[in-house]
Every structure is written in structure tokens, then in C-alpha cells.
Write a protein that binds this ligand. Sequence first.
Ligand code: NAP
Length: 310
Amino acid sequence: MAARLLDGTAVGQAIRQELAAGVAAFTARAGRPPRLALVLVGDDPASHLYVNSKMKSAGESGLLADIERLPATASLASLLTLIDRLNRSDVHDGILVQSPLPDAMGAGAEQRVFDALDPAKDVDGFHPVNVGKLVQNRAPFAACTPSGIIELLDRSGIRIAGARAVVIGRSDIVGKPMALLLLHRHATVTICHSRTADLPAVARGADILVAALGKAAFVTADFVKPGATVIDVGTTKIEDRATVERLFAPGSKRHQAFERRGSLVVGDVHPEVEQVAGALTPVPGGVGPLTIAMLLKNTLTAAETRFERS
Ligand code: NAP
């Protein structure tokens, strides 16, 4: 039987609708809406798309958002100066620096930028203070993608406490915070990575399997226990016809989308998993919309906290 598809678009929309009431209440109390600064460095087309979509969603939920742009040639020092200005700004509650930064900024630039953020405005939850608080289960805001996944599981009636969870990927922005959030919700968690021995066997132990490795269709049916919940975080752009034809039947919706656009965004989970899993997030329309909803939620939380302290 085909897996139940977990509709991230609908859940993301529900979160944003609920948020709108909180935003309106804050605006009435504070005399201004919560405000988010989106920092965009360089010309990466995907980053432009992501930032514009965050901007649009913020507006729809009643938040103010503005884009602070720097050219691809900008130095790390100029970016840190901008972060310092936004940290000091009275009107900005949240700061998001869109990844990736241009290579020319040098290795370690992203971490330098996260370290420079005011933790109270770090709505992505990447500052070391917020990461430390996440370990202690007292973070004001956790990384948006993993916290969106927890919302999706909760709102889809999938039990986390007592479940065996396997997270494939150990990045600072997805894998590690995901594992911690599942642990805090009383799952028994295993974290896997590129050196995990017999990954399919470890993954098959999962009631909840989170694939966050960034390798198109890597997680095949033999990774999945029948009936398990599978969360597909991966987004890989495929432009090669042979790969698309290997994954999607001619005439299928995804194949048609490839014919129209000449490319396709594919998750980490192979389409055949739909026949084994009990529940599955689609790509697109699964995890992505939740990430934005949680970013806006974190911005409201940051605004409320700053207002109460002022
Ligand atoms: P990342 O920093 O590249 O981390 C990838 C992780 O996967 C690493 O821990 C790596 O292990 C592991 N990995 C790579 N190949 C593996 C293999 N063959 N077997 C087992 N583990 C393997 O990626 P990320 O930033 O976490 O992102 C992961 C994916 O999620 C990407 O496709 C990204 O685009 C997507 N994403 C989507 C959203 C969304 O909102 N939808 C948000 C964030 C990210 P090692 O540590 O051993 O190298």
C-alpha cells in the first residue's frame, strides 16, 4: 500500500495562519510589527529565490522583512559590519544570513558570521549560545528545518516518544539539531553519516527515518522498515535526463515537470520508498514550506522577548 503523504504545504500554511494572530497581537502591543532582516550576499539564483519567498511569506503573515544585499565581491569584514549594524538596530528582531556565502569569503566565513550574530536575534538558531541551549533543551529558537519537522510529526499524529529514530546526516543546520529535538521528545536516536557501517541495516531499525544527506534518491526501499515514517529533507537539482528517467516513469507528474523546466528538484529518498513507508514527506511540498513557517515563528518569538525586556 502506498504511504500516506505528509503535506508540508498545508501544515506550513496552518502554522502561518496561527502566527498571524500572534503577529497582530504583538503589533497592537508594541506599535510595530516584528521585523526580520534577510541578508543576501552575491548572485546565487537559488538564494535569491529562497530570500524572495521568505520575504513574501513574512508579508503574508503580517511581519516586516527587508533584504540587505551585498555584492558577490563583498569582503567578510563588510558582512560583519552589516551584522553589527543589524545587531544594534532597535527595529530589527531577527537576522537571517542566507547560505551559501560566496566561496571568495573564505573557509569558515559562515561560522564567523553565525558567531557574530546577537543570539537574541539569531532566528535560525545557529549561534553557539543557542546551539548550547538546544543541547540543554532550553533554546529560545531551534534551527528552522528540524523544528518544522517536529511540528509536522506532531500535527500528523505520529508518535515521537518511545520511537526509534534514525537521522542520516550530521550537519550543524539539519542533522545534529534534528537528532537533539527528537531526543528531547523522548525518541531513541541514532545519528548516521558517511562513515556509518551498513547504513541500510541501521536505517531499517527506524520507526522515524530522517534523510538529510543531500544525495538524490539515495535512500532506497531496503533502508526502510515497512510502515515507518520517512522524512525527506534533501533537495538536489537534477538536470540530467537519464537520472530523471531512471527515477520517474515517463508521463508521471514529475517527469512532465522535468520536460517543462529542464530540471527537477529531487529528495534524498527514492520514489520506490512510497510503497514501503507508512508515511512520507514529498519533495517538493514536504519539509521546505515548514522551514519558512518556523523562521517566521522564531522571528515573532524574538520580537516578543525583546519587547518584554525593553
Ligand atoms: P551537508 O552539510 O552537506 O551534510 C550532509 C550530511 O550527510 C553529512 O553529515 C554527511 O556525512 C552525510 N552524508 C553524505 N553522504 C553520505 C552517505 N553516502 N551516507 C551517509 N551519510 C552521508 O548537508 P545539509 O546542509 O545538512 O543538507 C542536507 C540536505 O538537506 C541538502 O540536500 C540540502 O539542500 C537539504 N536542505 C533542505 C532544507 C529544506 O528546507 N527543505 C533545509 C536545509 C537543507 P559526513 O558528516 O560524514 O560528511
